[in-house]
Ligand binder design. Structure first.
Ligand SMILES: CC(C)(COP(=O)(O)OP(=O)(O)OC[C@H]1O[C@@H](n2cnc3c(N)ncnc32)[C@H](O)[C@@H]1OP(=O)(O)O)[C@@H](O)C(=O)NCCC(=O)NCCS
Length: 416
């Protein structure tokens, strides 16, 4: 039931997604579409499936967590789309679906004869969505993985410490970042179809998605022409935005400060807004700094931020990070304890909201996954297991009205 007492239909009920995605960027997109209620039909290479089923396995002969955590709520059909029967079945799937999503290397579906022209000839209502490493131009023929996109989208040159190498971030902004950008693009195409009756070609380049997320560093690139970036911890500047450690990247200064007992993640990230300086100075036992001209204003503090954060750290280092979280929030200071993956998987509030969720898989039993960050009031997400390879072969062939060779014969011929 929804909040009006009407039986809930999922937001994307009735939308069928032909999911030709693999690894992370594409699957992260189609998993969200499935969570929003679309029927996602994952097409996989017979015998092997999405390469991640067998990568980074923690249990022998069981789909990896890499796969199960990116492919929940989908159905799976195996299909060799390079064979004549495979192509015929694929054409029926195109006719049956509203969206085709793929993230193969450049030109893969074209080489199989499935160009955009051919796809829309089969089904004028379908949108054809592709994630590639790069948009048209210099780099368009190149393959890409997460860290390639981070390197070429500006994230790596601006992450890390000034005297260290370019650094990648653990957040998968190239892969899952592109996936979520693609969700937005697909929803826009589906909405527009309600007016035009036509699908459209939808593309997201991983380099562009990362660049979009590095927007504030491009802001700073232009500010640099007018002088040094005073809020940065760096002493000197060249003609590009330097790596700036844990500086906040925004208009309010921030830093990660040590907490007790001093373990790898015993830190809290603290942001000092102008209005919290007085209560913060009082809390840390330095009330004399409230009116001291060297400390009283944000402008005065800007020239010695390191010293300011050292003063605050002199207090945080004697308190646990969760105690610091409570004490600072009590005086309205924005802050966040550094949460390890262990902290997160055990966090009760994340579990209560389904952002950390336990799912039962037919082979591996229970596994834990990260839930859906998009929350719709009337249609909560229900997370179900990822499919086994080819689990839905016969049911999907029936649904699309396939009347050719039966599943067993197709399997024997290497088509299914
Ligand atoms: C991720 C990536 C680098 C992997 O490269 P790869 O392992 O060499 O795989 P490709 O996508 O290039 O090629 C897949 C091959 O499998 C084949 N294949 C996959 N599924 C198939 C199916 N169901 N039936 C028949 N053939 C299939 C393709 O036809 C292709 O073969 P071809 O090169 O002979 O045409 C590449 O797919 C890529 O750059 N993708 C776009 C960017 C992206 O999404 N990257 C992030 C991934 S998380």
């Amino acid at each position: 039931m929804n909040t009006n007492g009407v039986p809930a239909r999922k937001a994307l009920d009735g939308i069928k997604v032909l999911d030709m995605t693999h690894v992370q960027a594409g699957p992260s997109c189609t998993q969200i579409l499935a969570w929003l209620g679309a029927d996602v039909i994952k097409v996989e290479l017979p015998g092997r499936g999405d390469i991640t089923r067998g990568q980074l396995r923690d249990l022998p002969d069981v789909d990896s967590l890499y796969f199960t955590m990116l492919n929940c709520n989908k159905r799976s059909i195996t299909l060799n789309t390079k064979t004549p029967d495979g192509k015929a079945i694929f054409e029926k799937l195109i006719a049956h679906c509203d969206v085709l999503v793929e993230n193969f290397g450049p030109g893969v579906l074209d080489r199989q004869g499935f160009t955009w022209e051919r796809i829309r000839e089969i089904n004028a209502r379908i949108s054809y969505a592709s994630i590639k490493g790069f948009g048209p131009g210099t780099y368009e023929d190149f393959k890409a993985y997460e860290t390639v996109a981070q390197a070429m989208g500006g994230a790596m040159s601006t992450t890390g410490w000034e005297d260290g190498p370019p650094t990648s971030t653990g957040a998968q902004i190239g892969d899952s970042g592109s996936g979520i950008h693609m969700v937005a693009a697909i929803l826009a195409a589906l909405y527009q179809r309600t007016h035009t009756g036509r699908g459209q070609r939808v593309t997201v380049a991983m380099q562009d998605a990362v660049l979009n997320l590095v927007r504030v560093k491009m802001r700073d690139q232009q500010r640099l022409t007018h002088g040094p970036l005073r809020e940065y911890p760096n002493a000197t500047f060249g003609d590009f935005v330097p790596r700036s450690g844990n500086a906040s990247g925004g208009g309010q200064p921030g830093a990660a400060l040590r907490c007790a007992p001093g373990g790898a993640n015993d830190y809290v990230y603290v942001i000092v807004q102008p209005q919290v300086w007085a209560p913060l100075a009082t809390l840390i036992g330095r009330p004399e700094l409230i009116d001291d001209p060297a400390w009283a204003t944000p402008e005065a503090r800007l020239s010695h931020l390191d010293e300011m954060f050292a003063v605050v750290e002199n207090w945080t280092k004697d308190h646990g990070k969760h105690e610091v979280l409570e004490k600072l929030n009590a005086i309205d200071v924005p802050c966040g304890p550094i949460m390890s993956t262990k902290d997160l998987i055990e966090d009760e509030s994340l579990r209560a909201r389904g952002m950390i969720a336990d799912v039962t898989h037919p082979q591996r039993g229970m596994f834990t996954t990260v839930g859906c960050p998009l929350v719709l009031s009337d249609t909560p997400v229900e997370i179900t297991s990822s499919p086994l390879l080819g689990e839905h072969n016969e049911e999907i062939l029936r649904e699309i009205g396939w009347t050719g060779k039966d599943a067993r014969a197709l399997q024997a011929a290497g088509v299914l």
